[in-house]
Design a protein around this ligand. Structure first.
Ligand SMILES: Cc1ncc(COP(=O)(O)O)c(C=O)c1O
Length: 469
């Protein structure tokens, strides 16, 4: 997707109908395999049911729009990762979605937790997550954040800059403590994903460059630093990645760096973290690998590269986020208006406006992410029409589902469900247009548990200093 012209994607879409990958479904009510959480199904009257509750029951109890987390699915995915990658350190990437309940689920399923801000670290600690199982990320960690991490006993800090090393040296001396550190490196891998979610090419903000030599310098500096325990190397090449080629190149380059470090110091580093970024299915166009296949191929890749450099296999770790939280979450919206728009070539697109939008899912606007949707409050025999699900915000780019075939009789009051909405939706949500952010609920065995309360207008007005005067 090109970002040469801000309106480019919108103009381009206006002259085409459905994208090639979007096949008109024979049954627009069907829940396509691989897109939905484990307990999602259509019940006899046609409603979508998740965790034993119909979409209407969930909205009745929790309001609309709402993010629905299928607890059994979330826990099941977490456990699948832990088991498939047995022997590895598996860190759930909290940035994809974190609240205290989720932190507890992650702990109970035996995973570690990756946080990347003062807020996320505070949530984890308030949840009682064992600090020694927390990894802390961030390219600009404040002194306060580093101090909290050191005093709480965070298990590892993934260091991203020379300034951060300096801050850690000062703070560990001041607090009379030690820091467990991994060095985040830039491998120069061009991950095949959107530019804004690729993180290992050279021209971006994360990590120390291997090619430029800064990574080796940082490793050697930490190795000699009296209060830093240097554990290893961290690489994250991007997000929503489907093939393992990028991980292969990243493993080769990080292990070569390990062997250079060994030459320079005589010491073998203990750990290699390959980051997260494993892709999930948002639409029928996405075909992710299974967790077990990923585990097997990543292990093979590392073993092969280790043999090449004559290194023992280091302790390995990974940081899956979206693959756990994404498919476990479904967003429910209520339809407000529909409108047919001529898009040229004799084609029409139906715009279906719902009660949420870019404030509760910025991903389509931010990096042209594609989603799908179904009618959730009933089934329909109406012919599917090419539709676009849009929000209520004052932006033409306020799109939730860019291309989807939905039944032609969708009307105000119908509920729509957007699968794979559990990752980077609530966690990236905003209050644009003074819109309160939706609540998040867990559903399981017919019971709803609030995870994050819905915001109210009073919550927002409570921040308005003019009203408090
Ligand atoms: C360092 C790091 N680890 C892990 C992740 C998780 O990625 P994903 O949720 O795509 O698995 C990210 C995402 O941005 C990241 O930056």
């Amino acid at each position: 997707m090109s970002h040469m012209h801000v309106a480019g994607t919108i103009h381009a879409d206006a002259t085409s109908a459905a994208p090639v990958w979007l096949v008109k479904p024979t049954d627009a009510n069907a829940l396509v395999d691989g897109l939905w959480s484990q307990t999602a199904a259509r019940v006899d009257d046609g409603q979508l049911r998740i965790g034993g509750l119909t979409a209407a029951e969930i909205v009745e109890q929790a309001g609309s729009p709402v993010y629905v987390v299928d607890e059994l699915d979330f826990r099941g995915r977490a456990l699948t990762w832990a088991k498939a990658f047995e022997g590895w350190g598996v860190y759930y990437a909290g940035k994809s979605f974190l609240c205290t309940t989720v932190a507890r689920w992650i702990e109970q399923e035996g995973l570690n937790l990756d946080v990347s801000s003062l807020g996320e670290l505070t949530v984890a600690l308030r949840a009682g997550f064992p600090p020694e199982r927390i990894g802390l990320h961030g390219n600009n960690k404040s002194v306060d954040l580093l101090r909290l991490a050191l005093t709480a006993g965070v298990g590892r800090i993934i260091v991203d800059s020379a300034h951060e090393i300096g801050r850690l040296e000062q703070l560990t001396a001041e607090l009379d403590t030690r820091a467990q550190v991994l060095i985040r490196v830039t491998t120069g891998v061009e991950a095949h994903t959107h530019e804004y979610i690729a993180t290992a090419h050279e021209d971006q903000k994360f990590g120390f460059s291997i090619a430029g030599g800064q990574a080796l310098v940082a490793l050697v500096r930490c190795f000699h630093s009296p209060r830093i325990d240097l554990k290893g190397i961290h690489s994250h090449i991007g997000s929503q990645i489907f093939d393992t080629n990028g991980f292969e190149v990243a493993a080769r380059r990080t292990l070569r760096l390990m062997s250079q470090f060994k030459e320079a110091t005589g010491v073998t580093l203990d750990e290699l973290d390959l980051g997260g970024g494993f892709g999930i299915a948002y639409t029928i166009d996405d075909t992710p690998a299974t967790v077990h296949d990923l585990a097997a191929s990543l292990t093979d890749i590392v073993d092969h590269e280790c043999r090449g450099y004559g290194l023992e296999r280091p302790k390995l770790s990974i940081e899956p986020g979206r693959t756990i939280s994404g498919p476990a979450g479904t967003a429910l919206y209520t339809v407000g208006t529909t409108k047919d728009v001529e898009i040229g070539g004799g084609n029409t697109r139906r715009y279906i406006s719902v009660d949420g939008g870019m404030s509760d899912n910025i991903r389509p606007a931010l990096y042209a992410a594609e989603y799908s949707a179904v009618l959730a409050s009933r089934t329909s025999g109406a012919t599917p029409v090419l539709s676009r699900v849009v929000g209520l915000h004052c932006e033409g780019g306020d799109i939730l589902v860019r291309n989807v075939f939905l039944p032609g009789d969708i009307a105000p009051g119908d509920l729509l469900a957007v699968p794979a909405s559990g990752a980077y939706s609530r966690s990236m949500a905003s209050n644009y247009n003074h819109t309160p952010r939706p609540g998040v609920v867990a559903v399981r065995d017919g019971k709803i548990t609030p995870l994050v309360r819905r915001e109210t207008l009073d919550d927002l007005l409570g921040l308005d200093a003019g009203l408090q005067a």
